[in-house]
Design a protein around this ligand. Structure first.
Ligand code: ACO
Length: 356
């Protein structure tokens, strides 16, 4: 038995392939770099969803816009129920209130995830929800609903890059979870809610907020190495480093770093992050020799989303909003296999005493 199911192949997929040794991510036949920063979220999803949930870029733009409006109609009444929850918990509650039996559940999941993420970030802080505007592209409208102010073109392009970068990534924990639920034919929305629950943990999608906490605690570049060394000495993990599959730099890190660098006024912040990154890699090499730990997607996610004016506790909801496109495609692909996922466990507990 393999703890953590390392190297176990549990699905065949046409969606994405993660090469952990080469640091390469292929999405539907395209290197990540051909898509992220090059095409809109809607265009990337139309590529990801081909044959499974077909739709052209324009068709998906209209379906997602309609779905955002429809989801807001379902969810606005719940905006007052989010007090005391974190934004990702709020998003979980809201997504769970969407019906599986919709005529276009795939689009409803994506539109609903954007609405739920934005609403949860605002309403857990006591702010009013902002209604969607179907004339905007998905990324621009998501940022507008979340911040309450319109995004300029550069900001919308930055969020497009982020959403495309993280929309699918092999059989990670949340995608596997979504596939297990889909295999029971529970429905697309239920599969997405399950995926979000798995994403929420700090070992998966819950790390970018803590990356910012770490940068804030370090404060200045000259303190980085000593601070990071002490953190490792206390047995802590450095957030934004290490990965189950990548043994080299996560290819998503550079795409996101470049996107953050394209936004106005970010030069000093990125230079500081680069200093911290260099120090972290040196400390990890010294303190964890032979472990091959490198920068993962979460490190520059934190920098990009911060630059877009997203509060740290909103990072995981936004991750969920983008990854929903992947969960949907995997759910549909899984259902097509016609087989429920039902592995075995080995019983190692006590056995009843044998009858004499
Ligand atoms: N900082 C310090 N040490 C680390 C880190 C880290 N970020 N990551 C792994 N290690 C160490 C472990 O302590 C362990 O060392 P040990 O054997 O001396 O105890 C060794 O490296 C191997 O660690 P594993 O737990 O086997 O690595 P695994 O592949 O299971 O973990 C994970 C991957 C969970 C991402 C881990 O690297 C981690 O906790 N990173 C920090 C959190 C983070 O950035 N999460 C986001 C991941 S990206 C994503 O899911 C979207």
């Amino acid at each position: 038995m393999k703890l953590g199911l390392d190297d176990v192949i549990a699905a065949e997929t046409v969606l994405s392939d993660v090469d952990g040794e080469a640091g390469r991510l292929i999405v539907r036949g395209h290197d990540l770099e051909e898509l992220a920063g090059q095409v809109s979220f809607e265009e990337a999803v139309s590529i990801l969803w081909q044959w499974l949930v077909p739709g052209s870029t324009e068709d998906l733009r209209a379906r997602f816009a309609r779905a955002r409006v429809c989801a807001f109609g379902h969810l606005a009444a719940l905006s007052g129920c989010l007090a005391g929850l974190t934004p990702v918990e709020g998003m979980r509650l809201l997504l769970g209130a969407l019906p599986d039996a919709d005529e276009d559940p795939a689009a409803l999941a994506v539109g609903g995830a954007a609405v739920a993420a934005a609403m949860a970030v605002r309403c857990t802080k006591g702010l009013f929800p902002v209604a969607p505007n179907h004339s905007f592209g998905h990324a621009a409208d998501l940022l507008r609903m979340l911040r309450g102010s319109p995004a300029d073109e550069g900001e919308a392009a930055g969020l497009d890059t982020y959403l495309v970068t993280i929309m699918d990534h092999g059989l990670n924990a949340s995608t596997f979870t979504a596939r297990v639920v889909a295999s029971t034919e529970a429905g697309i929305i239920s599969s997405v809610v399950a995926g979000l629950c798995a994403l929420k943990g700090p070992l998966h999608g819950g790390a970018p907020g803590p990356v910012l906490d770490m940068l804030d605690a370090i404060g200045t570049a000259d303190r980085a190495e000593a601070w990071l060394d002490e953190a490792i000495g206390r047995g802590e993990r450095l957030m934004g480093f290490g990965h189950r599959i990548y043994r080299v730099r996560d290819p998503r890190a550079d795409v996101l770093k470049a996107a953050a660098g394209r936004l106005k006024g970010r030069h000093n912040r990125i230079a500081f992050a680069e200093d911290v990154e260099r120090a972290a890699l040196a400390v990890l090499e010294r303190r964890k020799p032979g472990r091959r730990l490198d920068t993962n997607v979460e490190f520059y996610t934190a920098l990009l989303l911060e630059a877009l004016g997203v509060p740290g506790e909103g990072f995981t909801p936004l991750f969920g909003a983008g990854r929903t496109a992947g969960w949907v495609a995997h759910a549909v692909e899984q259902v097509k296999t016609g087989r429920i996922i039902r592995p075995q466990s080995r019983y190692v507990g006590p056995r009843p005493a044998e009858a004499a």
